[in-house]
Ligand binder design. Structure first.
Ligand SMILES: C[S@@+](CC[C@H](N)C(=O)[O-])C[C@H]1O[C@@H](n2cnc3c(N)ncnc32)[C@H](O)[C@@H]1O
Length: 270
């Protein structure tokens, strides 16, 4: 039996992440259990989301997404019905809609799926890398970055506060603190994949070279390294090149906050 990504997510957990606008102020995203009956407004308020924000949420998020069935939220929905209707409660969201950082999006998935081993392609100065390690105490992270300008890499011609050499230094200075939970490969992503056994990672986060060819190549080379029920994430879905590569590679993918895309491995096109 094959699942598409939203069915997979819901069925595996019987839960979906809910992340309303400004949710970070009130402790969101949170998991909503799908096998219980609720009305979304009641559930949000029971879980600390203020009533005054609800209208905004319903208007901006749900009604946008549930265009085919606007009355659906007025009723209490059992799990089965949600599955059949394929309703998304939070992910996918429109890019940029949720006010969360990429490591928060990843952490929500890591905790929901109990992921233990991940790899970030493109570490830069380690903002995502170290936040993931801080927020997930049992997580082992591999990181891959060449920290040198690559001919095919348009992104790194952009202005950045710190040059690549400095960013590398920042990462290596911090590594000591996490020494038992990290390993860095200072290589190109199309070389470093060779260090990994197939199906040895729970997830990868692709954020290196953002050209169409490279994103596609990273997915092709690295997806085999992810375990069967694992996930493939990446950054900057708002880049045309990235979106094209992701759309071509997967039958289904989610759009999360901070332009993070995510797909289950089973939704790779053959
Ligand atoms: C956008 S930054 C990564 C940001 C980081 N993932 C984060 O969330 O904070 C891209 C990084 O990818 C690295 N990079 C670009 N092309 C690469 C390649 N072909 N192989 C390895 N690293 C690459 C760059 O050196 C740069 O540090």
């Amino acid at each position: 039996m094959t699942f598409d990504s939203e069915q997979y997510y819901m069925m595996k957990n019987k839960k979906v992440l809910v992340d309303p606008p400004s949710g970070d102020k009130y402790g969101f995203p949170k998991l909503i259990p799908l096998d219980e009956l609720w009305r979304i407004e009641d559930w949000l308020m029971d879980n600390g989301y203020p009533e005054k924000e609800i209208d905004d949420y319903i208007k901006r998020a749900f009604f946008d997404m549930l265009v085919d069935d606007r009355d659906v939220l007025a009723r209490k929905l059992p799990f089965k019905e949600i599955l059949e209707k394929k309703i998304y409660l939070t992910y996918p969201f429109k890019a940029g809609f949720i006010h969360v950082d990429r490591w928060e999006v990843l952490t929500a998935y890591i905790k929901a799926f109990d992921f233990k081993t991940g790899c970030e392609l493109g570490v830069s100065e380690g903002e995502t890398f170290f936040n993931l390690l801080d927020e997930n105490e049992d997580l082992f992270m591999y990181g891959v970055d060449i920290w040198e300008l690559q001919g095919d890499n348009k992104l790194e011609t952009y202005q950045h506060e710190n040059p690549l050499e400095k960013r590398k230094e920042i990462v290596f200075d911090k590594l000591q603190k996490y020494s038992s939970r990290v390993k860095i490969y200072e290589e190109r992503t199309d070389e470093a994949h060779a260090h990994f056994e197939d199906e040895s990672l729970d997830f990868i986060f692709i954020d290196a070279d953002h050209t169409y060819e490279s994103v596609k190549r990273d997915i092709e080379l690295w997806a085999p390294k992810v375990q069967k029920e694992g996930m493939i994430f990446g950054h900057d879905l708002n880049w045309g090149d990235v979106a094209r590569a992701v759309g071509e590679m997967f039958t289904n993918f989610y759009v999360n906050g901070d332009n993070v895309w995510s797909a289950v491995k089973t939704s790779l096109r053959n």
